[in-house]
Design a protein around this ligand. Structure first.
Ligand SMILES: [Zn+2]
Length: 198
């Protein structure tokens, strides 16, 4: 095994706000790994991830190595792990329920290299799902940032701005809300991140 790319039993996290290139980073990782001989990897994303973007085409390209899992039942992941697996990659990790921490810990103990990507903070700037807890298990945390989308600003963004009909969402809104017609997201810097006090 090539230990520059595969580090058995360790967890690596790519996190940051919306539009900070997290998925691109992990797909880039897969691109490199494809050239390693005898490296078996599995790419998992949660059911809730409905993005029509490039990830769908990548998913069909690598069909055999991709699975979709119910985010409310992370234990499903354990049944997908084959004995010869070297690398497990999970995207949109923030959507998985609490048990994801135990599941990943179990997988790490078997010597598999685990790479996850996701939002570290929610629309209100609070830790998203189990991502903060997973950071305590990680050997490497890659913090990514984007560019603030607030008009006239181009600072580094570290927050995800939820807008409802163009206005900042209220602080008591639910944590998970997929982008839709009235509900949009922007990558914002700390100065331009707004949450409505309710
Ligand atoms: Zn800004």
């Amino acid at each position: 095994m090539n230990y520059n790319h595969i580090k058995p039993g360790t967890l690596e996290i790519y996190c940051g706000p919306m539009k900070s290139g997290k998925t691109r980073e992990i797909l880039h990782k897969i691109d490199k790994i494809k050239y390693l001989e005898n490296c078996n990897f599995l790419f998992i994303k949660p059911n809730i991830d409905t993005r029509e973007s490039f990830i769908k085409s990548r998913f069909s390209e690598m069909k055999e190595q991709c699975e979709t899992v119910d985010e409310n039942n992370p234990n499903q992941i354990l049944s997908l792990i084959k004995s010869n697996l070297d690398l497990l990659i999970i995207d949109e990790i923030q959507f998985f329920s609490e048990e994801i921490v135990k599941v990943i810990e179990k997988i790490l103990k078997t010597g598999i290299h685990v790479v996850v990507a996701g939002l570290d903070t929610d629309f209100a700037g609070k830790g998203f799902g189990q991502v903060p807890q997973l950071m305590t298990l990680a050997t490497h945390v890659h913090k990514l940032s984007g560019i603030c989308e607030y008009s006239g600003c181009s600072n580094s963004s570290i927050r995800s701005q939820r807008l409802i009909d163009g206005k900042p969402a209220g602080k008591n809104d639910k944590q998970v809300s997929i982008e839709g017609q009235n509900n949009t997201y922007e990558s914002r810097c700390l100065v331009h991140h707004e949450v409505e006090e309710e």
